[in-house]
Design a protein around this ligand. Structure first.
Ligand code: MN
Length: 222
C-alpha cells in the first residue's frame, strides 16, 4: 500500500492574489509529491510498506531521520492545504474565547504566530496546537517538525515557512507572507480539529473530519 499524494482541496488558483496559481502548482505537484515519492521509495519492500502515513511518521521519529523527514513533510503538506481557504471568515465565539484566554487578544495571537514564523531560522513550520493540558500554544518547529510525532500535541493550524511556500510570490519577505496568511486562514478547520479532539475525551484515537478528505489528522494515545 503506497502512500498517496492527495489532490489539493481547491483549484490551484483559488488562493489568488494571496498565493499564486504558480506557487500552488509547484508546491503541491513538485514539492509535496517529492516527499510522497521519496517516502514510498524508502519503505518499498520493507515491513513498513503497509503502514499508513501517520504511523510511518511516528515510527520513524527518532530512529530513521530520512524516512521521518519525508513522511512528516508529506503529512504536514496534506494538513497545510486544509488550513487555507479562498473564503476565510473569522474565528467562532468559542475559538475566540480560547485564543483570548491564552493570548489576550486576537491581534496579539496573530502577531505572536507571525513573529515565531519570522524568527524561525531556516526552514520549518509554525503551528497552533492543543497541548497536553488543553491549552492553545504556538510551536515553531524546524525542518519537517511535526507536533504530533515530536511533542504528542494536537495540530490545529500550520503555516509552511519553507522558502518554496512563498518565494515566487514574496521573494525574501517571509514576514509579508505571514501577515497575508490571515487573509486565507481556514478558521473552520481549526474548529473541526478542536471539536474532534474534544469528542474523543480519552484521546485513544482522534480523527479530524479532514481525515475523510485524505488528511491523516489523527492523534494516537497520549
Ligand atoms: Mn512546503
Amino acid at each position: 500500500m503506497a502512500i498517496e499524494l492527495p489532490p489539493l482541496p481547491y483549484p490551484a488558483h483559488a488562493l489568488e492574489p494571496y498565493i499564486s496559481n504558480r506557487t500552488m502548482e509547484f508546491h503541491h505537484d513538485h514539492h509535496h509529491k517529492k516527499y510522497v515519492d521519496t517516502t514510498n521509495a524508502l519503505i518499498k519492500g520493507s515491513e513498513l510498506e503497509n503502514l499508513g502515513l501517520e504511523e510511518l511518521m511516528e515510527r520513524a521519529h527518532g530512529s530513521n531521520p530520512k524516512l521521518y523527514n519525508n513522511a512528516a513533510q508529506a503529512w504536514n503538506h496534506s494538513f497545510f492545504w486544509h488550513c487555507l481557504t479562498r473564503s476565510s471568515s473569522a474565528p467562532s465565539q468559542d475559538l475566540k474565547r480560547r485564543l483570548l484566554r491564552q493570548f489576550d487578544s486576537l491581534d496579539h495571537f496573530k502577531e505572536t504566530f507571525q513573529n515565531e514564523g519570522k524568527e524561525l531560522f531556516g526552514s520549518g513550520w509554525t503551528w497552533l496546537v492543543l497541548d497536553k493540558n488543553g491549552a492553545l500554544q504556538i510551536r515553531a518547529l524546524k525542518d519537517a517538525g511535526n507536533p504530533l510525532a515530536e511533542l504528542n500535541e494536537v495540530p490545529l493550524l500550520v503555516c509552511d515557512v519553507w522558502e518554496h511556500a512563498y518565494y515566487l510570490d514574496y521573494q525574501h519577505e517571509r514576514a509579508k507572507y505571514l501577515k497575508t496568511f490571515w487573509q486565507i486562514v481556514n478558521w473552520d478547520f481549526i474548529e473541526r480539529n478542536l471539536e474532534s479532539s474534544n469528542r474523543d475525551k480519552d484521546r485513544s484515537v482522534f480523527h479530524s473530519d479532514a481525515h475523510a478528505d485524505g488528511v491523516h489528522a489523527r492523534l494516537k494515545d497520549v
